[in-house]
Write a protein that binds this ligand. Sequence first.
Ligand SMILES: O=C1O[C@H](COP(=O)(O)O)[C@@H](O)[C@H](O)[C@H]1O
Length: 223
Amino acid sequence: MSLIEYPSRAAMFSALADILADELRAALETGPATLVVPGGTTPGPVFDQLSQADLDWSQVRVMLSDERWVPESSDRSNTRLLRERLLVGNAAAAQLVPFYAPADQPEDQLATLSGPIEAALPITSLLLGMGEDMHTASLFPGADLLEQALADDAPVLLPMRAPGAPEPRLTLTAPVLRAARNTHIVLTGAGKRTAVEAARHLDDPQAAPVCIVLKDATIHWAD
Ligand SMILES: O=C1O[C@H](COP(=O)(O)O)[C@@H](O)[C@H](O)[C@H]1O
């Protein structure tokens, strides 16, 4: 794992947006590109800048790493964050690959959502977040289907329920995340820095699911 420490969050968010835009531009020289991004509280400022990048967004497929099973009217909806902060400006031309469709439970839409996700693979640029519990995407320690999601033959998408997660989730699985061409993890604050170092030492995806991508990832950190 390589770690870049930035002097400020603003500097990190801006640098990350430039890096992702450069990766997408390079990939677009040979065909369509797929950008995968996290939800949560951290990536909004990256989206604000990336959405203004000058590239052929009509050839970019954008999807989440994971979604909370809530409608877009909820402020916990990761899709809502994407629509409000990334799929605007120049990036409004991008193709959103959906991670949510109205239904009581994620299992009800699993087959419908999986097809377009599979068709958009492999991932060109993967941006992930991480919680202090060392979860990434919705691969949580102690989650009901974690073992299945970590397996080499896991389907692209799985539902996930975890003690620390208030609602059911849908998440990309380990083989899909590991196959990304470029992997970045965006982290802020001392707690997440400690957590990612602990995950590296643990090297145990059951206890620290973020381990699955650490070998090839660039960690971007600012206090
Ligand atoms: O629930 C989630 O949490 C992680 C971390 O979020 P943050 O608020 O600590 O930045 C996020 O990466 C994931 O996509 C999201 O669904």
